[in-house]
Design a protein around this ligand. Sequence first.
Ligand SMILES: *Cc1c(COP(=O)(O)O)cnc(C)c1O
Length: 373
Amino acid sequence: MADHFYRQTWVDIDLDAIAYNIKQIKSKLPQQSDIIAVVKADSYGHGSVQVAEKALESGAKMLAVALLEEALELREAGINAPILVLGWVSPSFTSVAAEQDITLTFYQKAWLEEVMNYSFKNKLKLHMKWDTGMGRVGIRSESELTDILHVIKENNNMELTGVYTHFATADEEDLTYFYQQKERFTKLLSSFKEQWQEPVAVHIGNSAASIRFPKEMHNYIRFGISMYGLYPSKAVKNENLIHLKQAFSLHSRLIHVKNVPTHESISYGRTYITNDKEWIGTIPIGYGDGWSRKLQGASVLVDGKRMPIVGRVCMDQMMVRLDREYKVGTEVTLIGEQKNNRIDMDEVADYLGTINYEIPCMINNRVPRRFKG
Ligand SMILES: *Cc1c(COP(=O)(O)O)cnc(C)c1O
C-alpha cells in the first residue's frame, strides 16, 4: 500500500523490533544454525516484502512462505535470497518454481514421479517434509523414506537440498510429545543418512522449539511468531528465555465525540444504553477491517487510559465510552502502547478466545501498514 493514506486508521510496523528479535534469537543459536524468516500470510499480517527485507538485512539466510504466490511476490520485489515454500504446490506449477529458483516442499512419491516428467532449465530444489507426529503433511515411516529416495535418485532435474519436520506441541508446558517427535525424527534422520550421502540442510524448530532448545536445531530454525515479537504461548513467555519487542501496533482517531443523555442507545440492536450523561466517541474501524464484532466490551486506549467499546461493532465504525470530552482527531490505540499504558496482542487474543498469531493476520489490508525503521 502507498505511503499516503486518507483514512484515520492504520497499523504501525516497527521494523527495528523485527531486527531486535532476530538479534535476540541469533545470540542464543550456535554458529552452525541459521535463521529462516517465516514470512507467510503477508508476514503474519505485518507486510511480506518489508519484513523479508529487514529480516535478511538482520542476518536471516532464507525465507519461508506457505504459497508459491507468496514466494513470487518476494521475487518480484527483487529479493534474491533462498525461499522455501512450506505448502503443497501442484506438479504442473513446478516449472514456475524452478525458473524463479524457489525451493519446494515434497513428501509424496506420486508427486515426484509426476514432476520427473517435466524438464527444467535449472534444477528444481526440494526439501522433503517428515511427519513425525504433527499429522498434517509429510512422510511417516522409514519404508516410505526409502521408497521416495529411490525415485529421487533416478532423476536429474531435481535436487534434494533439505529435510525437515514440524512440532505439534513445542510451545506447551508438557513436552512429552515433543520429545517423542524428536525421537522419531532422529531415527528417520539416521536412516536417511545411511541412504543419502549428499549434504542437505536439516531443520526442525519453529519459534517455540528454537527459543527452548536453541542448541538442538541443526542447520536452521524456522522463526515465525517470535520474529514479530510475540511469544508462541504463555508457557514459553513465562520461562523468560528471551526478550522480544512487539512490532505491530494498531491505531485510529476519534472522528466524532458527543455528550449523550441518560437512557439513550448506542449502535445496532440497542445492546448498550447509557447509564448517565456519557461522552461517546466514534472510531473508524470495524469488522470490515477484520476488527471482530466479538470485541464489543474490550478496551482501547485514549489519552493512555482504557475506554470500553460500547454497543455493536459495525462494519466500518464503532463507539467507545470516554471519561470526558476529547477533540476530534485524538489518537486511539487499539493494540500497542500509548502513554505508558499498553494493550498487548495477547490481551486481544485472550478476549477473542484465540492465539496471538491470529490477531495481526485478522487485520486485513484495508488497514494500511506504516513502516518505521
Ligand atoms: C508457520 C510455520 C512455522 C513458524 O512457526 P512459528 O510458531 O510462528 O515460529 C514454522 N514451520 C512451519 C512448517 C510453519 O508452517
